[in-house]
Ligand binder design. Structure first.
Ligand code: TYM
Length: 325
């Protein structure tokens, strides 16, 4: 069975981009794969975050992963810091990665831009991500478009290690959805929807109330020419709405565009489709909120299972690189 691994940072509330770019694939990949899904709390430390907030968001993240439809009987759901091999393997990989290749990472450049004191952890972030994936010998990594470059680096580090120290890691492949890999902010459609950018009206959270979802969709920025066609460069706001509608209804973008002549009608139907798509998630989250013990039990079992696999890979890598066993 193919191994799948992916992760999400608990640095805020989950939004529609996470859901469409990642979680929907994660749920689909449970079928017929051995899937590992991780709340990457160590990655959240690479930027300023309040300790109590991080703790709360890590728990909420796990709860939300169950709410979106991950089944702990089928998938392994766990918290990154509960499996110490993630940081241990990171060190070995950091000693094979170069400053030059990390400096080229566009996410690092974007996040470090304008900061006076850039954290070392923000710089080495992609190496921790490589360790996450390689520890589980994952073949397939379902992610949104913004993670492609990190996946390329992961592949490069795996191949380098294998060439230098002998076959140790499976070289993974990114699985990026055809539509919805880059959900844009509804108010600033030239930038992606994000947990950390402060754009409350431009971001639909997975647990938003129906009335909030409707309000945000209705207020979404489009353009003034009123022409209904999919043109991401010229008409990014409309293109985003058309893609979202395509994803929410399982239709092709062009078909969706052909079915409407007025932006208002598209927005009305899109709001409804998104409310329906997220309704079961909101309902499951509400039910789970009264059972915190259940979430904790899932994370305990997940960490044990993850550790069983991660410790074997780590031991192999440590041996290969020359550490005394
Ligand atoms: P994170 O937490 O930013 O996002 C989690 C997943 O959601 C996807 N995503 C989006 N997809 C479409 N449109 C958007 N606007 C959008 N925003 C986010 C991301 O592509 C991602 O798949 N570095 C990762 C976490 C990570 C990881 C890993 C992922 C750590 N280790 C190992 C895969 C494998 C991150 O910050 O994702």
């Amino acid at each position: 069975m193919q191994r799948v691994f992916s992760g999400v940072k608990p640095s805020g509330d989950f939004h529609l981009g996470n859901y469409i770019g990642a979680f929907r694939q994660w749920v689909a990949d449970q079928e017929g794969h051995d899937a590992f899904y991780c709340v990457v709390d160590l990655h959240a430390l690479t930027e300023e975050i309040d300790p109590a907030y991080l703790r709360q968001k890590s728990f909420d993240a796990a709860l939300n992963l169950l709410a979106v439809g991950l089944d702990p009987e089928v998938s392994t759901i766990f918290v990154q810091s509960h499996v110490p091999e993630h940081t241990r393997l990171t060190w070995l990989l950091e000693c094979t990665a170069t400053m030059g290749e990390l400096r080229r990472m566009t996410q690092f450049k974007a996040k470090a831009h304008g900061q006076e004191a850039v954290r070392v952890g923000l710089f080495t972030y992609p190496v921790l991500m490589a360790a996450d994936i390689l520890l589980y010998q994952a073949q397939r990594v379902p992610v949104g478009d913004d993670q492609r470059q990190h996946l390329e680096l992961t592949r490069e580090l795996a191949q380098r290690f294998n060439n230098r120290y002998g076959e140790t890691f499976v070289v993974p492949e990114a699985a990026v959805p055809e539509v919805g890999a880059r959900v844009m902010d509804l108010q600033h459609p030239e930038r992606k929807m994000s947990k950390t950018i402060d754009s409350p009206l431009g971001t639909i959270n997975v647990l938003d109330e129906p009335s909030e979802i409707t309000r945000k969709v209705k207020k979404a920025v489009t353009d003034t020419d009123g022409e209904m066609r999919y043109a991401p460069d010229e008409k990014p706001g409309l293109a985003n709405l058309l893609s979202l509608m395509a994803v929410a209804t399982g239709r092709k973008v062009d078909e969706v565009a052909a079915g409407y002549s007025r932006y208002g009608d598209l927005k009305r139907d899109l709001a409804e489709a998104l409310v329906e798509m997220l309704r079961p998630v909101r309902e499951r989250a509400a039910a789970l909120a009264s059972e915190p013990g259940e979430v904790e039990a899932v994370l305990r079992a997940g960490a044990a299972r993850a550790h069983d696999i991660a410790s074997v890979t780590y031991a192999r890598a440590a041996e290969a690189i020359g550490l005394l066993s």
